[in-house]
Design a binder for this molecule. Sequence first.
Ligand code: MG
Ligand code: MG
Length: 264
Amino acid sequence: MVYLKTDDEVELLREANLLVGKTLAELAKIIHPGVTTRQLDVLAETFIRDHGAVPTFKGFPNPYGGPFPASVCTSVNSQVVHGIPNDVPLEEGDIVSVDCGTLLNGYCGDSCYTFAVGEISAEAKALLQTTKEALYKGIEQAVVGHRLGDISYAVQAHCESHGYGVVREFVGHGIGKEMHEDPQVPNYGKRGNGMMLKNGLCIAIEPMITQGTREVYLQPDKWGIVTRDGLLAAHFEHSVCVRNGKADILSSFDEIERVIQTNN
Ligand code: MG
Ligand code: MG
């Protein structure tokens, strides 16, 4: 069931989502060749708890195996989503998607950013740029009078026009007191299809885009999702509310991008 949020609830969701942005900005400060994804995870968990929140990913149940063991998902290169942090140092030229969730004052934040590690190839830069553009093209459609399929179509059309694959197996979602609420928000679809968008609808829009074909498989750890052809994947996510007829982005990349600019 889709649960529309009051203005007060939207502000609580914004607080939780802004904390995700701040957490990812803290990680951005240390993302460089040699850092491990486990170090990112430890920093994220500490930062989230120091701000009075709980990392929602930690202990998240898995239909295929054990609960998620970390506070962020770190998906490197051909990993699409749900990568478990480990002790392998990141290398110059890698890309790493860091997906982060918080629970603050009873409401959830959920946002993801794909980072470059050092200098990356022109092909990798193009994938990151197109995936982020697709996220904002989807958000542009999150207005009263449109339908869910308009968001899905905008994301899909932008990525496929660049020759990229759109992962079908994982989708965006409603967000509120639960991290995953109705409705599902696919990154593929038809214009004019699906539910009408109404004020108070809060959703996470999260294109998961591949450099090659869209086929993926589940790693033996029962969490990591990897491209079948071994090519790169990128993932950007914002939590968004339809409010006063328009899209109101609750999470933020501002601090993350300030750190990236300063580091370069
Ligand atoms: Mg997420
Ligand atoms: Mg999400």
